[in-house]
Design a protein around this ligand. Structure first.
Ligand code: PLP
Length: 419
C-alpha cells in the first residue's frame, strides 16, 4: 500500500482529548457496558424552536446561496447590535467576521497572523484546541501553569515573565474551559496594565461561555476597562454555548478591520463562508428573546450544585467551584499512588481516568490533556440523571481505592511541556 505522508501541520496535532475520551466511552457502551459519559462540552438541550423557525424561514425565502466571505451583512449587523447592547462596545460590520464556529474564528486568526516560531501564550489549564491550533499554524504555544491557589487564573506577574519579543498573542478564555474560572474586573484591569507595556502582544479574548455564569460578579468587559487595547484584541464568541447550537457551526469574531480583513481572505480561500442558513439562525438568536439563555443557565447551575454537593463528600478530591462554563475541574492528586481492587497502581490522572472508565463505567477527561496533571474534568451540562449517577460511580470508585502511600495533595500543579 502506498504510504500516506502527512503534512507537517497535520503531523503536529492529534485528535482532541475529549473526542478521544468520548470515542472510548462509546466503544465500551457498544460492547454492552453501561457508561455514564461526563466528557461532553455540549448542552443536552435542543436549539430553541424560535431559532429553528428562523432557519426554516431562511430556507423558504431562498437564502441558499453563498454569502459574503465574512458573513451576511444582516448577521454582522445583529452581532454589532449584540456587542453594543450587551457589552457597550462599538463594532461596525466591517470589523466582524462570521465563521464555522468560534473554533474556526480562532483558526482563521492564527492562520492569518502567525509566522514560524511566533509565540502564543496559552494559560493552563487550557482548552486543548488552543495549543493545537497554534502549532498547526506554525506557532509555538507557551503554556503557563495556573495554580489552584490562584483559582487557575493567569496572574499579571506570570504573564509579564512569559512575554518575549516573539510573543504575538495572549489567549484569555473567560469563563474558562476547563476550570470554570472567571476573571473579575480587577484581574482584567491588572492584566491590561501589563499588556500596555508590550504593544506588540495581541489578545485573543475567547468569550464563548460569556453567558454561562453562576456568580454575581462583575460583567465588565476587558475593552470597556481598557479601551486602548481594542486595536489589538480579537473577541471570539458564537451561538454554540448560549443557544445550544453546537451542530450549526456558527461563531463570530470582532476586532480591528485589518485583522478581520486578513481572516476573511483566509476564510474565503478555505470554506468561502459559513452556512447561509446557520447565519440566519444566529442572527435570529441574537436579536430574539433571551429567555432560553437564562433558563438553561439556571438548569446548568442546578446541575453544577448537584455535582459539587456529591464531590464535597468524596475524600481525596478537591475543587474550586466553577463560576462559569460547562465543567468542574477536580484535583485528584491525593489519589495518585493508590491501588485498585484488581491490584493496579494509579500513577497519574490518565490512569485514574482509565480506572473510572473500565472499572466503574464513568467517562471523564484527564487534566493532563488540559496542561494540568493530577486533575479530571467533568461535564456539568450532561443530563441531571447522568450527573447523579456519575457522581455515585465516582464516589464508589474512590472509596474502592487502597491509599498505600498516596501522594500528598499538592497545590502546585505543574504544567505539561509545549503541545
Ligand atoms: C474555550 C472554547 N472556545 C471555543 C470553543 C468553540 O466552540 P464552537 O466552535 O462550537 O463555537 C469551545 C468549544 O468547546 C471552547 O470550549
Amino acid at each position: 500500500m502506498t504510504k500516506l505522508i502527512l503534512s507537517e501541520r497535520a503531523a503536529r496535532i492529534g485528535i482532541a482529548p475529549n473526542a478521544a475520551a468520548k470515542a472510548r466511552a462509546q466503544a465500551l457502551a457498544q460492547s454492552g457496558r453501561t457508561v455514564v459519559d461526563l466528557t461532553s462540552g455540549e448542552p443536552d438541550f435542543d436549539t430553541p424552536a424560535s431559532i429553528k423557525q428562523a432557519a426554516i424561514a431562511a430556507l423558504a425565502a431562498g437564502d441558499t446561496k453563498y454569502t459574503a466571505p465574512a458573513g451576511t451583512l444582516d448577521l454582522r449587523n445583529a452581532i454589532s447590535e449584540k456587542l453594543a447592547r450587551e457589552n457597550g462596545l462599538a463594532y461596525p460590520p466591517q470589523q466582524i467576521i462570521a465563521s464555522n464556529g468560534g473554533k474556526h474564528v480562532i483558526y482563521n486568526a492564527f492562520a492569518a497572523t502567525l509566522r514560524t516560531g511566533d509565540e502564543v501564550i496559552v494559560p493552563a489549564p487550557f482548552w486543548q484546541s488552543f495549543p493545537a491550533m497554534v502549532s498547526s499554524n506554525d506557532g509555538t504555544p507557551v503554556l503557563l501553569a495556573g495554580l489552584r491557589e490562584d483559582g487557575y487564573k493567569l496572574t499579571p506577574a506570570r504573564l509579564e515573565a512569559a512575554i518575549t519579543p516573539r510573543t504575538r498573542w495572549l489567549i484569555l478564555n473567560t469563563p474558562s474551559n476547563p476550570s470554570g474560572a472567571v476573571y473579575d474586573a480587577n484581574e482584567l484591569a491588572e492584566l491590561a496594565s501589563v499588556l500596555r507595556r508590550y504593544p506588540h502582544v495581541w489578545v485573543l479574548l475567547d468569550e464563548i461561555y460569556e453567558h454561562i455564569r453562576f456568580d454575581d460578579g462583575s460583567r465588565e468587559h476587558l475593552l470597556t476597562l481598557a479601551p486602548d487595547l481594542a486595536d489589538r484584541t480579537l473577541i471570539v464568541n458564537g451561538g454554540s454555548k448560549p443557544f445550544a447550537m453546537t451542530g450549526w457551526r456558527i461563531g463570530y469574531g470582532a476586532g480591528p478591520a485589518e485583522l478581520i480583513g486578513a481572516m476573511t481572505i483566509v476564510q474565503s480561500q478555505s470554506t468561502s463562508a459559513p452556512s447561509s442558513i446557520g447565519q440566519a439562525a444566529l442572527a435570529a438568536a441574537l436579536r430574539g428573546d433571551q429567555r432560553f439563555v437564562r433558563e438553561s443557565v439556571a438548569a446548568y447551575r442546578e446541575r453544577r450544585d448537584l455535582l459539587l454537593d456529591a464531590l464535597r463528600d468524596i475524600d481525596g478530591l478537591h475543587y474550586i467551584a466553577p463560576q462559569g462554563a460547562f465543567f468542574a475541574f477536580v484535583d485528584c492528586s491525593a489519589l495518585i499512588g493508590s491501588t485498585t481492587v484488581s491490584g493496579s497502581r494509579i500513577l497519574s490522572d490518565v490512569d485514574f481516568v482509565e480506572y473510572l472508565l473500565y472499572e466503574h463505567g464513568l467517562a471523564v477527561v484527564d487534566g493532563t490533556s488540559f496542561g494540568v496533571p493530577h486533575h479530571i474534568r467533568l461535564s456539568i451540562v450532561a443530563g441531571r440523571d447522568e450527573i447523579v449517577e456519575g457522581a455515585r460511580r465516582l464516589a464508589a470508585a474512590v472509596a474502592a481505592l487502597v491509599r498505600n502511600g498516596a501522594a500528598e495533595n499538592t497545590l502546585d500543579t505543574p504544567v505539561t511541556e509545549a503541545a
